[in-house]
Design a protein around this ligand. Structure first.
Ligand code: GTP
Ligand code: OAA
Ligand code: MN
Length: 596
């Protein structure tokens, strides 16, 4: 390496960590940036980087009176969502990645991407972004460092993680940090790869500038590498929100819930109970990711490794999610929403009248009535969790919160009833394993197609799915106070395609039943699929619903379950000999109960 470059890496580096300095130097030698900036996470740095991003046209300042501290970013139209077909798990053996992941040989991947990274930062700045996933100082917390040539990534990581000096201080001299390398490249989908090397605690992401492809702490570290580490170390890294629900007597119950991308985690985590639930309170610990470990008392404790929300914008309004509206009122980065004439943001499903004219997410003039969406369906906000009026006081607690209920939920227009409780842990794992959900705009590809998405982890599990399900079963041995497991479906539709259940804040009615079941306060009714609320146990007063809507939303139809079982069978066959025996037995029991 040129000695000047090493000097540039080390001279003003705010660390003496040799492993870190050497790795940064090696990556700089490969990518050849003009400048290297070590991010410290300070306010002054935020101001500097924001001004620079505005100067470069990467951020567009919004109306600062209406939205103080808010900016708009427009990504390349070919780069608006996670790319699952270009995401790889690079384990030495293909079988370790399993049949549900794309696999590349690590040597081949390093060589292939090495050619792309070669000189990719010429003329650009490399930002060195140290970050902590989890509360600072926590024993579950992991340190990562992302090297990126995207100022947008640096600014987003600042919101999404505990970024900068505190993370570097926590790392100290340790070599134990995730090595993330990202270059936006020429944003060509043919030269785009998101590669994970779990054995090296390394992530290489090339050719994208979007969300889960490039904010490497999120899906790449916290879920794909995290799930791999979780299996090695005996804990769980899950695509789950975490909330605390407090009843009028002041008792708080913590719940974790796995719904696939764009299926309602942020909304559920920030929910405001309806008026009839006076005295009830829901508080957000996390909205996307949970790391769960068994505590000294044998309970399962969850932390949210993130510090911000990367949330779906369309559909957000003061009725569906008032807490999110308050959260994004300031200090928020918007990606791919539309802009109003007075420099505010707009999206489909926002409150109020549709404006006559807008600038759409691609920067083009847009007129009311246009068949095109003004905001991209996967447009997002990046906002600090401290903006959330419903933030749980436990969100920063390194011990996490004790989980009493785990909920699995997909987006299903039919088949799956509104809510049911698993008979026991193994049956609950079966419910999670057999989750299906209609695809959404959060990943590129066709939307609205049902696919098997075990525990909402199909795109995020960093190892063999069969081993992952077995790991869930095995966790039972170390948890003495097992959380109760539930399944929900907010998305069932009538024959005209209208949602049968009102959803959003009204989901409190289902959550109350779950809390009551956790504390053994209500009896229940057994069905072929699991335990369900008895007639009247989910209160419906005050809901503007036709009488048959609830019975339709909760109905179990044998013919629908026959095709569901077929589709589950195809999934389990894919796992081959790694399909856990205990789940095969659950499957047989269900088949015999259904009599099919
Ligand atoms: N009908 C209905 N729609 C909902 C409900 N909750 C959320 N949605 C809609 O589903 C979409 C996604 O909701 P989010 O809460 O952002 O989903 P998420 O699971 O956090 O998504 P990711 O950030 O992609 O992981 C939004 O358009 C919401 O308006 C609900 O209870 N009922
Ligand atoms: O990762 C992303 O881009 C957004 C997200 O939360 C998801 O897709 O689940
Ligand atoms: Mn998500």
């Amino acid at each position: 390496m040129a000695s000047t470059q090493r000097a540039a890496v080390t001279s003003d580096a705010p660390t003496k960590n040799v492993a870190l300095l050497n790795w940064v130097a090696r990556c700089a030698q490969m990518t050849q940036p003009d400048r290297i900036i070590w991010c410290d996470g300070s306010e002054a740095e935020k101001k500097r980087l924001t001004e620079q991003a505005v100067k470069e046209g990467i951020l567009i300042p919004l109306n600062q009176e209406k939205r103080p501290g808010c900016y708009l970013h427009r990504s390349n139209p070919n780069d608006v969502a996670r790319v699952e077909h270009l995401t790889f798990i690079c384990t030495p053996n293909k079988t370790d990645a399993g049949p549900t992941n794309n696999w590349m040989d690590p040597e081949q991947a390093y060589t292939k991407l090495g050619l792309l990274f070669d000189g990719s930062m010429k003329g650009r700045t490399m930002y060195v972004v140290p970050y902590a996933m989890g509360p600072l100082g926590g024993t579950s917390t992991k340190i990562g460092v992302e090297l990126t040539d995207s100022i947008y990534v640096a600014l987003n990581m600042r919101i999404m993680t505990r970024m900068g000096k505190p993370a570097l201080d926590m790392l100290g001299d340790s070599e134990d940090f995730n090595r993330g390398l990202h270059s936006t490249g020429d944003v060509n989908p043919d030269r785009r790869y998101i590669c994970h090397f779990p054995h090296d605690n390394t992530i290489w992401s090339f050719g994208s500038g979007y969300g889960g492809n490039v904010l490497l702490g999120k899906k790449c570290l916290a879920l794909r590498i995290g799930s791999y580490l979780g299996r090695e170390e005996g804990w769980l890294a899950e695509h789950m929100l975490i909330l605390g629900v407090t009843d009028p007597k002041g008792q708080t119950t913590y719940v974790a819930a796995a719904f696939p991308s764009a299926c309602g985690k942020t909304n559920f985590a920030m929910m405001i109970p309806p008026k009839s639930y006076q005295g009830w309170k829901v508080e957000t610990v996390g909205d996307d990711i949970a790391w769960m470990r068994v505590g000294p008392d044998g309970r399962l404790y969850a932390i949210n490794p993130e510090a911000g929300y990367f949330g779906v914008v369309p559909g957000t309004n003061t009725k569906t999610n008032p807490n999110a509206m308050a959260t994004i009122a300031k200090d928020t980065l918007f990606t791919n929403v539309a802009m109003t004439a007075d420099g505010d943001v707009w999206w489909e499903g926002k409150d109020g009248e549709v404006p006559e004219e807008l600038i759409d997410w691609q920067g083009r003039p847009w007129k009311k009535g246009s068949p095109d969406k003004a905001a991209h369906p996967n447009s997002r906000f990046t906002a600090p969790m401290t903006n959330n009026p419903a933030l749980s006081p436990k969100a920063n607690d390194p011990q996490g919160v004790p989980i009493s209920a785990i909920i699995f939920g997909g987006r299903r227009s039919n088949t799956v009833p509104l809510v049911l409780q698993a008979f026991n842990w193994t049956h609950g794992v079966f419910l999670g394993a057999t989750m299906g959900s209609e695809t959404t705009a959060a990943a590129t590809g066709k939307v609205g197609v049902v696919r098997r998405d075990p525990m909402a982890m199909l795109p995020f599990c960093g190892y063999h799915m069969g081993d992952y399900l077995q790991h869930w079963l095995d966790m039972q041995k170390s948890i003495t106070h097992l959380p109760k497991i539930f399944q929900v479906n907010w998305f069932r539709q009538d024959k005209n395609g209208k949602y049968l259940w009102p959803g959003y804040g009204e989901n409190m009615r289902v959550l109350e039943w779950i809390v009551n079941r956790v504390h053994g306060r209500v009896p229940t009714q057994e069905t072929l699929l699991g335990w369900v609320p008895r007639q009247g146990d989910i209160p419906t007063q005050g809901l503007d619903l036709p009488p048959e809507a609830i019975s339709e939303a909760t109905s179990i139809k044998a013919d629908e379950w026959k095709s569901e079982l077929k589709s589950q069978e195809v999934f389990f066959e894919q796992l081959g000999t790694k399909a856990p025996e205990a789940l095969m037995l659950q499957r047989k029991l269900l088949i015999s109960r259904l009599g099919s």
